[in-house]
Design a protein around this ligand. Structure first.
Ligand SMILES: NC(=O)c1ccc[n+]([C@@H]2O[C@H](COP(=O)([O-])OP(=O)(O)OC[C@H]3O[C@@H](n4cnc5c(N)ncnc54)[C@H](O)[C@@H]3O)[C@@H](O)[C@H]2O)c1
Length: 333
């Protein structure tokens, strides 16, 4: 059986989560961890029983690896993804990188281009599409149960009080929602966005987006870094001429409403064997990448690819231009 030899780069809460998940995975062996912060690297290495490195080039020249997980962060949660991703792809590794692919479009372009040049698999942790409910809804779309698509409504909100760049919420939260929108309804060609600042905040912490898909369908997205926990966090609705589906909270429930038929199909997350919490979205996303690699998938076949991560950031860049100019903006292709 093929087995990926994995390193995790960046050992904050999310990198440690990645490392824990590789450690428990049959199809992967966690070989080492790497952080420029020696204390973080040493603490994770000791906890996980693997070697610590403090520099990505040094790790790549010494450790025998087949893939790396990049869980660095930085400005807008994305400025530190480019360097280790380029180094790892350059050394022939497959890479799974946290979202956003990068906070800068030209850097994200370089990452996707290098993965292509090196013929390496490059995935982004777009974990919200990796749930049984989302997979079922995708099957409904593919089977024609929705039919010609008309509209989509998407929303996601959490509390994130961090004050950084004005565009933090848009660039760092909405890779997830825009990916879900593209996943079900295809490319987005135009965007209009209004945003607001919650009391005491300096950043555009809540936003509403209108989208037009290349298919002609129209979409709407609400998002916020201002909503305390306790409410449902995510909702996705897609309507077409043959039916409509709603996914509540990523994995909790998916409902298909067939057109002209009062009998609904409802999937509810089962108590036994169902998703327990948000960590399961990471578990499924990471293990899907590893399984695809072990099964010899081609870079184009990667579910939640670097190209998907880049396309989402381009939609978000257009939304930012829309806020600045108070106008509708075409998405750069
Ligand atoms: N997919 C999700 O649902 C989800 C949820 C939360 C956060 N995230 C993402 O996870 C990422 C990490 O978040 P976090 O809170 O763990 O970040 P963090 O800032 O706590 O940790 C990042 C670590 O990366 C290290 N680092 C930076 N550059 C490095 C380099 N070149 N080589 C080695 N180490 C380097 C830093 O020293 C730091 O320890 C972010 O990009 C964030 O957007 C994803």
């Amino acid at each position: 059986m093929n087995r990926q030899r994995v390193a995790v780069i960046g050992l904050g809460p999310i990198g440690n989560r990645h490392a824990d998940l590789y450690k428990e995975m049959d199809g992967a062996e966690l070989v080492c961890v790497c952080d420029i912060d020696r204390e973080r690297a040493d603490a994770s290495a000791a906890r996980l029983g693997v070697k610590a490195y403090y520099s990505v080039p040094e790790m790549l020249s010494h450790a025998e690896l087949t893939m790396v997980s990049v869980a660095t962060g930085g400005v807008e949660y994305g400025s530190d993804h480019h360097e280790p991703t380029m180094q790892a792809l350059g050394a022939g590794m497959h890479v799974l990188c946290e979202k956003p692919i990068s906070n800068e479009i030209d850097k994200a372009e370089e990452m996707v281009a290098l993965a292509r040049e090196k013929n390496r698999c490059f995935g982004i942790d777009l974990n919200h599409r990796f749930t049984p409910a989302a997979r079922l809804a995708k099957k409904w779309v593919d089977e024609g149960r929705i039919g010609h698509q008309l509209f989509m409504n998407m929303s996601m909100w959490i509390m994130n009080p961090r004050e950084s760049s004005p565009w933090f919420q848009i660039k760092a939260l909405h890779p997830h929602t825009v990916d879900i929108m593209r996943h079900f309804c295809g490319d987005i060609e135009a965007v209009q966005c209004f945003a607001t600042k919650a009391p005491g905040r300096k950043i555009w912490s809540t936003a509403q987006f209108n989208m037009r898909f290349t298919s002609g369908a129209v979409g709407h997205l609400s998002g916020s870094y201002d909503i305390e926990r306790g409410h449902p966090m995510e909702r996705c609705e897609v309507a077409g001429v043959n039916g409509r589906f709603v996914i509540d909270d990523m994995w909790r429930e998916a409902t298909l409403f067939p057109a002209g038929d009062p009998v609904k199909t409802v999937y509810t997350n089962p108590v036994f064997g169902g998703y327990r919490d948000f960590v399961d979205t990471f578990r499924c996303r990471l293990s899907t990448f590893v399984t695809q690699l072990n099964d010899g998938a081609s870079p184009e076949e990667i579910d939640g690819s670097g190209a998907d991560g880049l396309a989402a950031q381009k939609v978000l860049a257009a939304a930012i231009e829309s806020i600045k100019g108070e106008c509708v903006v075409k998405v750069e292709r």
